[in-house]
Ligand binder design. Structure first.
Ligand SMILES: C[S@@+](CC[C@H](N)C(=O)[O-])C[C@H]1O[C@@H](n2cnc3c(N)ncnc32)[C@H](O)[C@@H]1O
Length: 174
């Protein structure tokens, strides 16, 4: 992600002041994970649970935060987010979700796993904020198309950053 996108993420964390954040797609940890944890550090409270399916990336992220004060705000999970065993109570404290993980394009801009992750989370949470990366093209855009079909139903658009891939802040309201 570029600097503007990372600042956009940190700003949302300092605005929302989440108790718990879920992130799907840690990658090397030095980008969106760092931006989320920076927001929590500024808030002085809250916790980030982040998932990465690729063991190499997961280990890179652990190394990146090894001697970093921000580590106390983060729990790193290795594995497929959709195979997690989170209890219902966990979701009750989640206030913010950043989605930047899922499948690569299987053709024609279709990302079924990314949409499945979005649906999985939305079925388990109430009023919470979402940050969706690739809002202009890619995983987030596929979710946007789904929301457009639903006429946004119980979701509200908050703001977006028109960066090359695009990143948006939306809210689930119900
Ligand atoms: C676009 S990258 C994330 C980039 C990262 N957020 C950043 O700011 O640099 C997507 C990541 O999601 C991971 N991923 C894909 N499917 C996943 C799943 N089902 N559960 C957890 N992680 C997944 C991939 O291995 C990849 O590292």
């Amino acid at each position: 992600m570029d600097k503007n996108e990372l600042d956009f993420i940190t700003q949302i964390v300092t605005d929302v002041k989440p108790r718990k954040i879920i992130e799907v797609g840690t990658a090397d940890g030095d980008s969106s994970t760092l931006a989320l944890a920076t927001g929590l550090y500024r808030n002085g409270t809250g916790h980030l649970d982040t998932w990465e399916i690729n063991e190499l990336y997961y280990n890179n992220a652990l190394s990146f935060f090894k001697d970093n004060v921000l580590k106390q705000y983060i729990t790193f999970h290795l594995g497929d987010f959709l195979s997690n065993s989170l209890p219902t109570e966990f979701f009750a404290e989640v206030d913010l979700v950043l989605l930047d993980g899922g499948d690569t394009d299987i053709g024609d801009g279709i990302f079924p796993v990314s949409l499945a992750i979005f649906k999985y989370v939305t079925q388990r949470v109430g009023n919470i904020d979402f940050i969706l990366h690739d809002w202009n093209a890619g995983r987030g855009h596929y979710v946007k198309q789904y929301l457009d079909k639903l006429d946004w139903s119980t979701f509200a658009f908050k703001k977006e950053l028109n960066s090359p891939y695009g990143i948006a802040h939306i809210k689930k309201e119900n």
